[in-house]
Design a protein around this ligand. Sequence first.
Ligand SMILES: *[C@@H]1O[C@H](CO)[C@@H](O)[C@H](O)[C@H]1NC(C)=O
Ligand SMILES: *[C@@H]1O[C@H](CO)[C@@H](O)[C@H](O)[C@H]1NC(C)=O
Ligand SMILES: *[C@@H]1O[C@H](CO)[C@@H](O)[C@H](O)[C@H]1NC(C)=O
Ligand SMILES: *[C@@H]1O[C@H](CO)[C@@H](O)[C@H](O)[C@H]1NC(C)=O
Ligand SMILES: *[C@@H]1O[C@H](CO)[C@@H](O)[C@H](O)[C@H]1NC(C)=O
Length: 562
Amino acid sequence: MSLWHLSAFLSIILSFSHVTGLTHPTNPNIIIILIDDLGFNDVSFHGSNQILTPNIDAFAYNGVILNRYYVPNLCTPSRAALLTGKYPIHTGMQHFVQIPDEPWGLPLGHRLMPQLFRDAGYSTQLIGKWHLGFWRKDQTPTLRGFDHHYGYYNGYIDYYDHTHYMMSKNYTAGVDFRQDLKRGYLENGTYATEAFTAEAVRVIEHHDTERPLFMILSHLAVHTGNENNPMQAPLEEVNKFPHIINTKRRTYAGMVSSLDKSVGQTIRALSVRSMLNNSIVLLYSDNGAPTLGIHSNAGSNHPFRGQKESPWEGGLRSAGAIWSPLLKNRNYVSNQIIHAIDWLPTLAAAAGIVLPKNLHLDGVNMWPTLKDNLEPQSRSLLHVLDDVFGYSSFMQDNLKYVNGSRFEGRFDSWLGDLYAGEDDPLVADYEKLVISSDVNQVLDTDTLTEGRIQYLRGLATNSCPSNKEDHKQSIYRCQPLKAPCYFDLDNDPCERYNLANLYPSKLQLLENKVNNFRLSAIKSSRIPIPDLRANPALHGDYWEWWNDTVTEKVTNGAVNLK
Ligand SMILES: *[C@@H]1O[C@H](CO)[C@@H](O)[C@H](O)[C@H]1NC(C)=O
Ligand SMILES: *[C@@H]1O[C@H](CO)[C@@H](O)[C@H](O)[C@H]1NC(C)=O
Ligand SMILES: *[C@@H]1O[C@H](CO)[C@@H](O)[C@H](O)[C@H]1NC(C)=O
Ligand SMILES: *[C@@H]1O[C@H](CO)[C@@H](O)[C@H](O)[C@H]1NC(C)=O
Ligand SMILES: *[C@@H]1O[C@H](CO)[C@@H](O)[C@H](O)[C@H]1NC(C)=O
């Protein structure tokens, strides 16, 4: 066979394996680094000079910066959206988060991304946070498609002793950390970011490369720890930020810095196993940072309005990037509107997995757009529809609708502005710092020059076009608790000018869309009734399911891909 024939023959085999979705060593590894509560403005690739994140930035500049990437505004709905490819209103996950002693979680009927990838031959790994319910044994990750879970079930734990302490209740603080279903893998004293990174590296080191890897590294960082000790970071990391005066913010910077190091170690581990050349790595935050209020970590979503658990851009826009040698175009900033629901169809397409027809996904396959850097396509997104708390938010391309808010609107303003005088002195050598970072050392770096870094950073730095005070005129005032508001994000990404009074009929069109979505929404799955059987005192001081039910359907879990 001539070389030409050989390569033609090989490409036929390769394309064949892609359409059939059969297990094949060439299926790309999928690694999702899921960060918790990180502010849009707390990665330096979006322009902040206060907390420098050279590894995350090198990752982003070498890949595709997702500059208009949206997520649900809260942990549990955001994770449900990622794993199902559906809006939370279509899984019953649209209302609030799973509280430890509440008997509910992501309903079992939905086939999750790890199940679909496992059925396509992947080894499926969850490291870190789950937060989709654990009251019943069959709600937990290893019964929902993950071959292996090393981590915790609740929304957060102590960074060092890995207990979850529900301060509002008379429960003992229980350990919330396990390996698969087994307790006793406490690693008491190891900083959570380091414990999860070590496990990710271990999984990669021991991975059988005959199989593709699907791994979600779901960090505790940079969520707060327990309410009695919320801000925790290794002292040597915190000490890198003497230029930050506020001690809470300085500790937060230490949490971010530890996370940045973790990204370097994770990417390096993939490189050491020669897996990078066939991997897709996605990194993002589940929602915006809570600057103030409950579980506030002093994160910044500046210049955007609002924060976590609000209907504003500050809660909905996530700092994210994707990298893969399979992306034909890299080193660019994408302004494609993209949402957490899109990853299931997008990554399945990238991996050559043919999804069953009956999944009823809301997400869209964005792989061609990302891979070839195509013109951004038009997009409508339902951001929030929570009829229990009574607020909603919808977007059609640049036009956005907001009705109602949370916390009586207390966190509806522009939060997290950083003091200009607190820049990291190392910023003078920012580009060199990125180029010499761990991540940049192991990725294909020839194309990343200082000029390119500056150019991309400029494109990914968001600002409010008008800083005039005219938005304070009463015609533009938005009082979402009284009447819906309407914004043009192209001209007003910071949501300062409510145009509802000027364009009432345009607002009405968006409101109609929300009302249409309401027709297809299923009832919230939340059962807000505490079940005292959750008390860790009843489970050897561990957080554990209090119902042993394992359904037939779930144990089989199989999805027929034919
Ligand atoms: C709190 O829990 C402890 C043991 O779990 C119990 O002895 C005590 O009576 C409880 N107190 C209240 C106020 O429920
Ligand atoms: C973790 O270690 C600390 C310090 O040694 C100890 O006080 C605590 O009881 C340990 N926690 C558990 C759950 O073993
Ligand atoms: C990735 O690199 C390894 C080691 O050099 C090689 O064996 C493998 O074929 C490469 N895979 C792809 C998809 O290029
Ligand atoms: C707007 O919010 C108010 C108050 O929660 C609610 O009564 C009304 O139904 C909402 N409208 C829509 C279209 O969601
Ligand atoms: C466990 O959950 C199932 C399904 O909700 C329920 O029928 C059963 O009674 C529960 N068992 C216990 C011990 O609570």
